[in-house]
Design a binder for this molecule. Structure first.
Ligand code: RIB
Length: 308
């Protein structure tokens, strides 16, 4: 069965600046290269879902500019329904990424059109939410719109997935409608107050999130792997060991790929995480966000060749 996934989220043009290391305060440095690629957490997650085989729709906003046309084009090329991507008076979102030689990045985001999404946009795109199996959102678009979207989703038996990135506190009005939260170590610490290091801290954080109302959690632990705790299952999936070129969109690829494989009861979460981990392992071996996200056959081939 093909999952229907709707993503409410951001579309950014990524300006990638390749540097040896981060500059120190007051230091002027040369960069080794500058590249432009499609990105934005929302767009990356939607493209990962679509390339992994999900029937995907997007709710978002771009500026009436060249970058906006470019970003909408990326969605359409991936066969994503982009009819709920509307025009804002603000310019299309942009990200400025300092990519270090070790593959790590530091990102500055100019929200632009992404920040112009309102409840009216959610109302207009309501059908995209209510007819989906999964609704995903992150924090590069206004939280008020996410609250409304998640409310509509829950009223219609749609499974909601929250990726609280960039890290921000989650209002109760949103938390109460989250079925599954997928977050990294930094986001987990901000939300729960628990520093993620030893195994014990994973269990404590998931328990704290359950107390806060979210019963199903995946904590992504970078190159270590991912810990999951649902109402019926718990476990840890080791990450695939690969040579990392660029970690941009690794988490987004994980999330989108995951949503393409999960069943609505989350009963196959372990297999879905293995698939998502491989998609992410393939993404970090290429430059850029959208250009690095693998297709379904690439993930399946890599899984077929892997020893695990
Ligand atoms: O998660 C990676 C994304 O974060 C980049 O594509 C950039 O646009 C920022 O939104």
């Amino acid at each position: 069965m093909v999952n229907r996934v709707t993503v409410l989220g951001s579309l950014n043009v990524d300006n990638i600046m390749q540097v040896k290391r981060l500059p120190l305060p007051g230091e002027t440095m040369t960069m080794s290269a500058k590249k432009i690629a499609g990105g934005g957490k929302g767009a990356n997650q939607a493209i990962a879902a679509a390339r992994s085989g999900a029937q995907t729709a997007f709710i978002g906003k771009v500026g009436a500019d060249e970058q906006g046309r470019l970003m909408k084009g990326y969605l359409e090329d991936a066969k994503i329904d982009a009819t709920s991507v509307t025009l804002a008076t603000e310019e299309t979102g942009q990200a400025f990424i300092l990519l270090q030689e070790n593959g790590e990045n530091s990102i500055l985001v100019l929200g632009g059109a992404n920040q112009a999404i309102t409840d009216d946009d959610i109302e207009a795109a309501k059908e995209k939410i209510t007819t989906a199996d999964f609704l995903i959102t992150q924090f590069e678009t206004p939280i008020e719109a996410s609250i409304t979207a998640f409310k509509y989703a829950k009223e219609n038996d749609v499974v909601t997935i929250l990726n609280p990135a960039p890290a921000k506190r989650v209002p109760e009005a949103l938390l109460k409608n989250v079925d599954l939260i997928v977050l990294n170590e930094t986001e987990t610490e901000l939300l729960t107050g628990i520093k993620i290091d030893a195994e014990e801290s994973w269990y404590q954080a998931a328990a704290k999130l359950a107390k806060m109302g979210v019963k199903n959690t995946i904590i992504t632990l970078g190159s270590k792997g991912a810990y999951y705790k649902t109402t019926t299952a718990e476990g840890f999936i080791k990450a695939f060991k690969v040579a990392t070129l660029d970690t941009t969109a690794a988490g987004d690829t994980f999330l989108g790929a995951l949503s393409s494989q999960l069943d609505k009861a989350l009963s196959n979460i372990e297999e879905a995480i293995v698939f998502a981990s491989m998609a992410s392992a393939l993404a970090v071996q290429k430059f850029g966000a959208i250009p690095s996200i693998p297709q379904l056959n690439e993930v399946n081939d890599a899984l077929g060749e892997a020893n695990f």
